[in-house]
Design a protein around this ligand. Structure first.
Ligand SMILES: [Zn+2]
Length: 132
């Protein structure tokens, strides 16, 4: 892939393609992506169990009226605000996961921007179906 980037995702894919010297096998890319997804989860859990800047208080969601549920504010079960250290670590792990997602897209000749556009269209369509 040697294209001039015209979006942030294209730029990420371009840079990953140009400068990735190790983990060029899709097998390595898949496992690194999976590793960073686990690290994202772990860093969120540590923000709760070690730092304490956020609290997770989960319970069963009760959907008596799906239409009303879509209109109500949905609970994330997450309370509080990330401290700067936890925010930085979570962002770093998300960034690394995006790096390996871009490398997987490159290996399969997929365009991350096109995938994002399709996902946005899908979510928008679902939102209209649920709300209207
Ligand atoms: Zn924290």
């Amino acid at each position: 892939m040697s294209i001039l980037p015209d979006s942030l995702t294209d730029e990420l894919q371009f840079l990953v393609e140009e400068y990735e010297l190790i983990n060029t096998s899709i097998l390595d890319q898949m496992t690194k992506f999976s590793d960073y997804c686990s690290k994202i989860n772990r860093s969120i859990i540590k923000s709760c169990t070690q730092c304490g800047c956020v609290k997770i208080d989960a319970n069963k969601n009760i959907f008596e009226d799906l239409h009303q549920f879509a209109l109500d504010k949905k609970s994330t079960h997450c309370f509080g605000d990330l401290c700067p250290d936890c925010k930085e670590l979570i962002e770093k792990n998300i960034g690394s996961a995006l790096y390996y997602l871009a490398s997987i897209c490159n290996s399969l000749d997929l365009n991350l921007y096109d995938i994002l556009i399709k996902e946005i269209q899908k979510v928008d369509l679902l939102r209209k179906y649920n709300i209207e």
